[in-house]
Design a protein around this ligand. Structure first.
Ligand code: NAP
Length: 264
């Protein structure tokens, strides 16, 4: 496996940085020298001692403070990704604060689990807004700045095996992740000439609130890992450009074996 790229001085926006996989990616990127804009909605801790609440807890400011306590640079920026103007403002605030953007990690996502006849239409709209529309809008608003820097860049989103396989009760979630994959694979071609990498990263089954909320049928046999285990692969992806690695859908469990190697 190649050594982790030195990302010192680069700037990343990571959505869904308040908890779970996003928080781990924020911390991992900062440890690699990246200045991180930690974006999601939660600013105040509402956690309790219960296991359920502990997994649901976490704030953008706690993640940023954890990074600063480790000597890194980060800012928490509140953003409801279902609102286009808040995504545009997130990009503007990041540029004001750090002066550039090199890396976008579209990690935030929500589930939309129900058999189709029982779908909650409001939840479906939120799922599509957060899982599909927001990653595209983040690119729309951030790409002009990334391209103007003329120094490449890396964009990746967190996808799921649900995009490519049937999971009971998760038709809408699967649709959202399949759309995300097609969108980013197309975007990879659109920005290839700008030397910007665009990839999709499947983390596997990770022990987060999303998983704790439900015992998803058909997934119990898949080993569950802690969020920190995504860090090496995510940091490696963040260090890519279109010249080195783009237009790929990759799985954490295969990092260092089928990808993330000198040959890949
Ligand atoms: P999680 O613990 O539920 O975290 C979801 C994150 O998304 C939170 O930080 C949440 O922050 C943010 N978010 C949700 N709605 C938002 C909105 N409207 N605006 C801004 N931020 C919003 O889940 P996770 O497991 O870490 O999931 C992260 C990503 O991995 C998702 O895209 C998920 O689909 C994907 N994934 C997870 C697994 C797994 O096994 N856990 C497997 C495959 C793929 P706020 O509540 O603070 O806004």
């Amino acid at each position: 496996m190649e050594p982790a790229p030195d990302l010192t001085g680069k700037v990343a926006i990571v959505t869904g940085g308040s908890r779970g996989i996003g928080r781990a990616i924020c911390i991992g990127l900062a440890q690699a020298g990246v200045r991180v804009a930690v974006a999601s909605r939660t600013e105040a801790d509402t956690s309790s001692e219960s296991d359920y609440q502990r997994y649901a807890s976490g704030t953008i400011h706690e993640t940023a403070e954890t990074i600063r306590a480790q000597g890194g640079t980060a800012v928490g920026i509140r953003c409801d990704l279902s609102q286009a103007e808040e995504i545009e403002a997130l990009v503007g605030t990041t540029l004001e604060r750090f002066g550039r953007i090199d890396i976008l990690v579209s990690n935030a996502g929500i589930d939309c689990e129900a058999p189709v006849p029982d779908l909650d239409v409001d939840l479906l709209d939120r799922c599509l807004a957060v899982n599909v529309r927001a990653p595209l809008l983040l690119c729309k608003y951030a790409l002009p700045a990334i391209m103007a820097q003329n120094s490449g860049g890396s964009i990746f989103a967190i996808t799921s095996g649900s995009a490519r396989t049937y999971r009971s009760g998760r038709v809408a979630y699967s649709m959202s992740k399949a759309a995300l994959e097609r969108m980013f694979l197309s975007l990879a071609e659109e920005v290839r000439a700008e030397n910007i990498a665009v990839n999709l990263f499947g983390p596997g089954r990770v022990d987060t609130w999303m998983n704790r909320r439900g015992d998803w049928p058909g997934t119990a046999h898949i080993p569950m890992v802690q969020p920190e285990e995504v860090i090496p692969a995510a940091v490696w992806l963040a260090g890519q450009t279109a010249q080195t690695f783009t237009g790929q859908v990759v799985e954490r469990a295969e990092f260092g074996a089928t990808w993330g190697t000198i040959e890949s």
